[in-house]
Design a protein around this ligand. Structure first.
Ligand code: FAD
Ligand code: SAM
Length: 625
């Protein structure tokens, strides 16, 4: 059963310190939160000194209880200082994983952080990306990927077992209110999980010296010491994981990070993966069959970006909610590097079927209002700028972007990156298995050898997988671009059984056909007619469609999967695995950034943002078990 995430209820005491009403305890000491974090959590994990000599490219802190995010913000600030002072140290990136059962609302977080002037600028960035209160892992990326925050919302006793333990924690910040005030959290199960996610040498620091914590850590295999506590507190605990943690060490020895990755593709999937791999320090080669990127299904002028949520919090819906949060952040940050049209104008779904009407009446009860709301037909018409017949599902923070422009301008940006090679007109015809990698054959060029290959060819992926094809089906779709009279007043993306976008460069997209009998991308006049007819039929012959004129059209082929979830990760071919990133169906803009991030994290042996149970739902290997 998935548990809804509830916000914290807080007030501020006379000293201005935030207090959690459920626990009747302060978020940090009245005597100075920052000094306490520096002393308890950083100093007693031997930070920042440890970063100077850390052998890996990243350091991984994990924390119980995100609260106001002060511990995170201070660790980020200190890590920035470390990078400035030690630019040649191996460790240049920080992963901070935090588990929070009752996240502060954005308004409370803003108020709590306003009092701490030391990190106003960082706090603004955190607030800008602060996630929706939905269960699961929300990955936030700062400082061009140098600092990554994984915020797991839900009870740590439920969420920590869901984290993939193959990449260990280096230092624990064991926070989470006094054991006397929060006995439910300080359980043997928590300590066992801390051990499961630790390796020999992992350190722990905690503000408390309570016997239950000391005994719990000892029993889980940590060596524990009592030291002087912060301020007036007499004692606190530090610990080191000492027990041989066999599986962890073996995993890390067996799998080396991929330092060089070859991607075959050229659409949204390949571009997103290239961007995130570069951020993690990999060398990337992209082989594209076409003369430029964004020529396959990703060649649309405009595409809608929103999660398609069920009435209940199903895992499939939660995956979409997390993908949506990540995609919003990913495209907004990408726009700081290269230009492409992107508008967070909201997406409205007209409840034009009985099924949608039923869903509408249930869904606003379980999803946060900043993600999805219900609108009356009157309100919907006002928001959209057009008279509309039905009540609507409203995604206020959703919008549209241009996939083709994104791919094109990303190509120019990628071309300037020292670790990136893009080779055009390079159709791969065959994969040959080598003992230590792959040989990629093309009819036009000499073969290329690579250790790691990712197939991101959309619906054409199976052209390289004759023996073990992916469960993909190509479904043709055509979008019609119209020059509109009254329709030009549209202010949001408007979904019915199809969708209409607001104007960009004088054209609006009306899409899209779904033709299961064809997987070709030629233009068809009948598809244009079908697009216009669908609007007329779904939205009761609206007057604003009267003078719509089709100017151009684009057809493409979606790569769809029987269970409507994407395909990511290892795919077995004979005795070897290649990697795949495809199967996005009609939701490439939603799925590609997050799954690219997850795949890049796996390939680089870095912490995964995917809860284990979600990973099973999107891993391509689910079709090979
Ligand atoms: P593609 O974009 O298809 O890229 C595949 C790439 O592989 C191409 O660049 C091609 O050159 C390359 N390639 C193929 N074969 C080879 C080879 N042998 N060697 C080397 N390279 C090769 N999604 C949304 O999120 N919102 C929408 O509103 C939306 N609307 C859509 C409307 C239509 C009509 C269609 C068809 C799709 C729509 N989608 C939408 C879905 C979205 O466009 C796709 O999910 C997404 O573009 C898929 O990207 P991709 O990179 O996986 O594949
Ligand atoms: N580290 C925080 C900071 O920097 O502001 C302060 C943490 S506060 C003292 C303790 C936090 O633990 C609260 O935000 C509380 O909601 C959270 N918490 C309590 N029990 C929890 C549980 N079982 N799982 C996850 N978080 C929990």
């Amino acid at each position: 059963m998935i548990k809804i995430v509830q916000h914290a209820h807080i007030h501020f005491n006379e000293q201005g310190t935030p207090v959690a009403e459920r626990f009747d305890d302060v978020y940090f000491s009245n005597e100075g939160g920052l000094a306490e974090t520096d002393y308890v959590f950083l100093k007693h994990n031997d930070l920042p000194q440890r970063w100077q000599h850390h052998p890996a490219a990243f350091f991984h802190i994990a924390e119980t209880g995100f609260g106001t995010g002060s511990n995170f913000l201070l660790a980020w600030l200190r890590f920035r200082q470390h990078r400035q002072q030690h630019p040649t140290a191996n460790c240049q990136r920080l992963y901070f994983t935090s588990f929070e059962k009752f996240p502060l609302s954005r308004a409370d977080l803003s108020k709590a952080l306003a009092a701490v002037s030391e990190f106003t600028a960082l706090a603004q960035q955190l607030l800008a990306q602060y996630p929706l209160a939905t269960p699961g892992c929300h990955r936030l990326v700062f400082d061009q990927g140098a600092v990554i925050l994984d915020l797991w919302l839900g009870d740590v006793l439920d969420t920590l077992p869901e984290r993939n333990p193959s990449v260990a924690v280096d230092a624990w910040f064991l926070d989470g209110f006094a054991p006397s005030k929060n006995p439910d959290m300080w359980q043997p199960a928590l300590f066992a999980q801390l051990a499961r996610h630790s390796r020999a040498g992992t350190t722990v620091a905690t503000f408390t010296a309570a016997g239950v914590v000391k005994r719990g850590l000892l029993e889980a295999g940590f060596t524990v010491s009592k030291v002087k506590g912060f301020g007036r507190k007499r004692e606190m605990l530090t610990a080191v994981y000492t027990k041989a943690h066999a599986t962890q060490q073996t995993d890390q020895l067996l799998q080396q990070p991929a330092d060089e990755v070859t991607i075959i593709g050229g659409g949204i999937a390949a571009v997103c993966l290239s961007l995130v791999l570069l951020q993690k320090g990999a060398k990337v080669r992209l082989l594209c069959a076409d003369a430029e990127l964004g020529q396959g299904a990703s060649k649309n002028r405009q595409g809608a970006l929103y999660p398609n949520l069920h009435a209940e919090m199903s895992s499939a819906s939660l995956i979409q909610a997390s993908c949506f949060d990540f995609a919003r952040q990913f495209f907004s940050l990408s726009k700081q590097k290269f230009e492409f049209p992107l508008e967070w104008c909201g997406v409205m779904h007209q409840a034009c079927t009985t099924q949608l009407q039923k869903r509408l009446s249930k869904m606003s009860a379980c999803w946060p209002a900043d993600l999805v709301q219900r609108l009356s037909a009157k309100h919907a018409s006002e928001k959209a700028g057009l008279a509309l017949p039905f009540d609507a599902i409203w995604y206020p923070s959703a919008g549209w972007l241009s996939p083709q422009q994104f791919c094109r301008t990303a190509a120019s940006y990628l071309a300037t990156q020292p670790n990136m090679i893009i080779q055009y007109h390079w159709p791969i015809k065959q994969l040959e298995v080598l003992s230590d990698g792959w040989r990629l054959h093309s009819s036009k060029h000499p073969p290329l050898d690579t250790k790691t290959v990712v197939l991101a060819l959309g619906h054409q992926s199976n052209e390289l997988l004759h023996e073990n094809p992916l469960p993909l089906r190509g479904i043709r779709g055509q979008v019609s671009y119209v020059q509109a009279g009254p329709l030009a007043a549209l202010k949001t993306v408007l979904c019915h059984k199809g969708y209409i976008t607001p104007a960009w460069q004088g054209l609006q997209a009306i899409g899209a056909t779904f033709d299961r009998s064809r997987s070709s991308d030629e233009w068809l006049a009948s598809d244009d007619e079908a697009n216009l007819a669908l609007v007329q039929h779904s939205l009761q012959q609206p007057a604003w469609m009267s003078s719509v004129r089709i100017i151009e059209s684009r057809a493409g082929v979606r790569a769809t999967v029987p269970d409507h979830l994407p395909l990511y990760g290892s795919w077995q071919l004979t005795d070897k695995h290649c990697q795949v990133l495809t199967g996005f169906g009609a939701r490439g803009l939603l799925f590609a950034p997050w799954l690219a991030e997850a795949l890049a994290s796996d390939l680089m042996q870095e912490p995964s943002p995917l809860p284990l149970s979600w990973q099973q739902l999107v891993a391509a290997s689910r079709y090979q078990e």
